[in-house]
Design a protein around this ligand. Structure first.
Ligand code: GLA
Length: 383
């Protein structure tokens, strides 16, 4: 795949690229839709990448290309304001825009060819990968000296203020900070983290892709963020909290009596219980207790389905068929509304598991699912 990014670069720009970078996709093991509520999350980088081959220009043009889209995107560094016509190029262009706004010096343009193994809008965070990749390569080439925490924060700012998605910090953080064979236990309120080894012996996490085209994901995502903010504003009158995830499971009874809107209560119940599940998951990981891990995955999925309402029939089908195919547990991963799910299975069962899931999903939904094994890898890097 890196080869394609290099080949296309040569074809288009009639020269060799000077730099090659890559950023991985991510899964989230548990802690879903709680990063923007100040909760703890447990994501990991997986071995599917976006590559970028890059060269400097003598003028102030940014020329962008992806290998899956015919057209070149070209903008001057002087004219980077967002407009609604923009497609995927809003992510890289937003990075240049925000960095310039912050006063970083970007004196010349770049040619960049991206090639992605991460299916777009598949719930594996191709957008955060593209953002982190661009911040990383810009910092490297213009010697801006950004560390991985700064890369995370700038990428998130681009997504929030330029691309207009009120995303939390999880995806940008894991793609910047990911470590081989480890998940990242990230406290999203304080932006502090530790690494959690992912050795599960005979067991592994596998990825299942719904292949459902995701629509309206931005508006539905932003709607959940708003609901949580509304609930928080009410509860702040009764609790001294900055984030919903500061509430405990034992607070829920009182919370229910304080929130007259039953829908808001369901959202809060998901956040609070999901945050507790992250703690329980970490304990089970330490003990290698795969049975408990499986149960927590299932509880998480059902909470995202019933209380948070972000799964939908494609993800629910994958969840069901994975359990029928002997997974210890399964759940959607990422924002939901289509996208991907993960399952915890015995490594030696992979082939039969994948076959059964694909067959039953096709019967149930009428389209093909993809099921694959992944390695847990490092975050964004120069090659
Ligand atoms: C998307 C967002 C993340 C996070 C997840 C849900 O991937 O980018 O910030 O909120 O959804 O956990």
């Amino acid at each position: 795949m890196s080869k394609l990014a290099i080949e296309q670069y040569k074809q288009i720009f009639k020269s060799e690229p000077s730099y090659l970078y890559r950023a991985p996709a991510r899964i989230n093991l548990i802690g879903e839709h709680i990063d923007y509520n100040g909760g703890k999350v447990l994501p990991a980088c997986i071995s599917k990448y976006i590559y970028a081959s890059v060269g400097k220009r003598d003028d102030e043009q940014i020329i962008l290309k992806t290998t899956f889209d015919g057209d070149l995107r070209q903008k001057s560094l002087q004219n980077l304001a967002f407009n609604n016509e923009m497609g995927w190029e809003k992510y890289p262009l937003g990075v240049f825009y925000i960095l310039k706004q912050k006063g970083y010096e970007i004196p010349f343009g770049l040619n960049i060819v991206f090639d992605s193994e991460i299916p777009m809008a598949s719930g594996l965070s191709s957008s955060a990968a593209l953002l982190d990749l661009t911040v990383y390569l810009v910092s490297d080439i213009y010697a801006l000296g950004l560390d991985r925490k700064q890369i995370t924060l700038i990428a998130q700012e681009v997504e929030n203020s330029y691309c207009q998605l009120k995303s939390g910090i999880m995806d940008q953080a894991i793609i910047a900070l990911g470590k081989e064979k480890h998940a990242l236990l990230l406290d999203c309120a304080s932006f502090t983290y530790t690494y959690c080894p992912m050795d599960l012996g005979d067991y592994e996490f596998v990825v299942m892709q719904t292949n459902k085209p995701r629509k309206l994901i931005e508006s539905k995502y932003n709607e959940r963020v708003d609901e949580c903010q509304r609930a928080l504003a009410i509860l702040k009158n009764h609790y001294s909290i900055n984030n919903l995830a500061e509430l405990k499971v034992s607070d829920l009874k009182k919370v229910e009596s304080l929130l007259s809107d039953a829908l808001l209560y369901k959202r809060v119940r998901h956040v609070v219980k999901e945050n507790q599940r992250v703690y329980d998951f970490i304990e089970a990981m330490k003990k290698g207790d795969v049975k408990t891990l499986g149960r927590l995955l299932n509880e998480s999925h059902l909470s995202l389905k019933e209380d948070y309402e972000v799964t939908g029939q494609h993800l629910d089908s994958l969840y069901e068929v994975a359990l029928q195919a002997n997974a210890l547990g399964a759940r959607m991963t990422g924002a939901g509304f289509g996208g991907c799910a993960i399952a915890l299975i015995k490594k030696s069962d992979f082939s039969s598991f994948a076959c059964k899931v694909k067959e039953s999903y096709k019967k149930d939904i009428g389209i093909d699912a993809d099921v694959y094994e992944v390695d847990i890898v490092d975050g964004v890097n120069r090659l």
